[in-house]
Design a protein around this ligand. Sequence first.
Ligand SMILES: Nc1ncnc2c1ncn2[C@@H]1O[C@H](COP(=O)(O)OP(=O)(O)O)[C@@H](O)[C@H]1O
Ligand SMILES: O=C(O)C1=C[C@@H](OP(=O)(O)O)[C@@H](O)[C@H](O)C1
Ligand SMILES: [Mg+2]
Length: 174
Amino acid sequence: MSLPIYLIGARGCGKTTIGQALSQALGYAFRDTDHHLQITTQRTVAEIVAAEGWDSFRARESESLQAVTAPGTIIATGGGMVLAEVNRRFMREHGQVIWLNAPSTVLADRLVRQPEAAQRPTLTGRPIAEEMGDILRQRAHLYHQAAHHEVNAMQSPDLVVEAILQSLSLARAS
Ligand SMILES: Nc1ncnc2c1ncn2[C@@H]1O[C@H](COP(=O)(O)OP(=O)(O)O)[C@@H](O)[C@H]1O
Ligand SMILES: O=C(O)C1=C[C@@H](OP(=O)(O)O)[C@@H](O)[C@H](O)C1
Ligand SMILES: [Mg+2]
């Protein structure tokens, strides 16, 4: 059966949204590591971070990655999944890794429109546009290192899905 496909990238790049659409296009299952965490802990990301801190969240997120990994599955990761070397290696060894890349200004615009504060507590305490600039500067090389393919995430969701299918040579004949 087909290897899992991991979607990585910063907050707001569309991992959850595109992951669902891609799973329908391919007839794969869909899993989201943050959703898995919320179901298993019965707490939101913000609640876990408030109660236990970011280090504990990161440890739980690594466990989540391993728990949802299965053949024939699209896996939307959290934006910080690539911070741990063990996660980067795990994803590269177990499946195909796609980086949904977009400039920090585009990401910040999306997050201002749809903050989902329970899913995305502040990472730095700074205003969102500055935070996303900082985060991309810190993480871009990690996304690059972990990914087998980089896709432009500024396009419409349909086009992002098509670009992923093409990068994996899974393009539909239509
Ligand atoms: N390609 C896209 N074009 C426009 N808006 C998008 C696109 N992908 C995602 N979005 C929007 O951006 C926001 C964050 O998307 P989401 O899938 O939750 O990102 P992530 O899981 O990477 O944080 C949502 O409001 C979603 O509708
Ligand atoms: O970038 C990050 O460090 C995080 C991104 C979030 O996921 P999304 O990228 O799906 O918003 C979530 O895992 C948590 O708030 C931490
Ligand atoms: Mg998400």
